[in-house]
Design a protein around this ligand. Structure first.
Ligand SMILES: CC(C)(COP(=O)(O)OP(=O)(O)OC[C@H]1O[C@@H](n2cnc3c(N)ncnc32)[C@H](O)[C@@H]1OP(=O)(O)O)[C@@H](O)C(=O)NCCC(=O)NCCS
Length: 160
C-alpha cells in the first residue's frame, strides 16, 4: 500500500524530537481526559508497548499520524491511540497505520486485538469496522462521567 511507505517504529531512547511533535498533536487532537500527553514518556517506556508514526512530505519532514499499542497478555494486544493530523485525513494514512500496528501486535502470537473508542468518533469507528473490528459492548462512563466507549475487538486464529 502506497500510504504505508513512511511508517516507522519509534525508538523512545533516540527520537526526542519526534516524541515532542507527537505530544503536540496529542494535546491538539484530544480532550484532556482522553489525552496521553502528560504521561507520554512513561507510556513509551513500558516494555509491552510500542508506537508507529508516519512521516510525510517531500523529504518526509512532518509527522502526520501515529498509532500506539500494547501487549496486555500473551493472548491479547490493545490499540491505545490512533490519530492523523486534520489536514492529512482521508488519504489512507489512518488505515495504513492501524494495519501496520495490527501486524506488529501479531508478531507475538496473540489471538485478539482490542480497543476502546468513543462511539461519537464516527471516522475512527468506521475505520475499525473496515479492518474487521466488532463492537463487544458499550462501556458506560469510560472516559468521563458523560462519555462512554465502545469496546471493540478482532480475533485471529492460526489460519489468518
Ligand atoms: C480516525 C482517523 C485516525 C482516520 O484517519 P484517516 O487517515 O482520515 O483515515 P483513512 O483515510 O485511512 O480512512 C480509512 C477508513 O476510515 C473510515 N473513515 C475515515 N474518515 C472517515 C469519515 N470522516 N467518515 C466516515 N468514515 C471515515 C472509512 O471507512 C475509510 O475507508 P474508505 O476511505 O474506504 O471510506 C482520523 O479521523 C483521526 O485522527 N481522528 C481523530 C482522532 C481519533 O478519533 N482517534 C481514534 C480514537 S483514539
Amino acid at each position: 500500500m502506497e500510504a504505508a511507505k513512511g511508517i516507522r517504529e519509534l525508538d523512545p531512547r533516540k527520537c526526542s524530537e519526534i516524541i515532542e511533535e507527537i505530544v503536540r498533536m496529542e494535546k491538539k487532537l484530544f480532550p484532556k481526559h482522553e489525552s496521553l500527553a502528560r504521561n507520554f514518556h512513561e507510556e513509551l517506556q513500558k516494555k509491552n508497548s510500542g508506537l508507529l508514526y508516519m512521516k510525510f512530505g517531500e523529504e518526509e519532514e512532518e509527522v502526520v499520524g501515529y498509532v500506539m499499542f500494547s501487549w496486555i497478555s500473551s493472548l491479547c494486544a490493545s490499540i491505545t491511540k490512533l490519530a492523523v493530523k486534520e489536514n492529512y485525513r482521508r488519504r489512507g494514512f489512518g488505515e495504513a497505520l492501524l494495519s501496520a500496528a495490527i501486524q506488529k501486535c501479531r508478531t507475538r502470537r496473540i489471538q485478539r486485538v482490542c480497543l476502546h473508542v468513543d462511539p461519537t468518533r464516527t471516522p475512527a469507528v468506521r475505520l475499525y469496522q473496515k479492518l474487521g473490528f466488532q463492537v463487544d459492548e458499550l462501556v458506560k462512563s469510560y472516559y468521563s462521567s458523560d462519555r462512554n466507549a465502545f469496546r471493540m475487538y478482532i480475533d485471529f486464529n492460526d489460519e489468518n
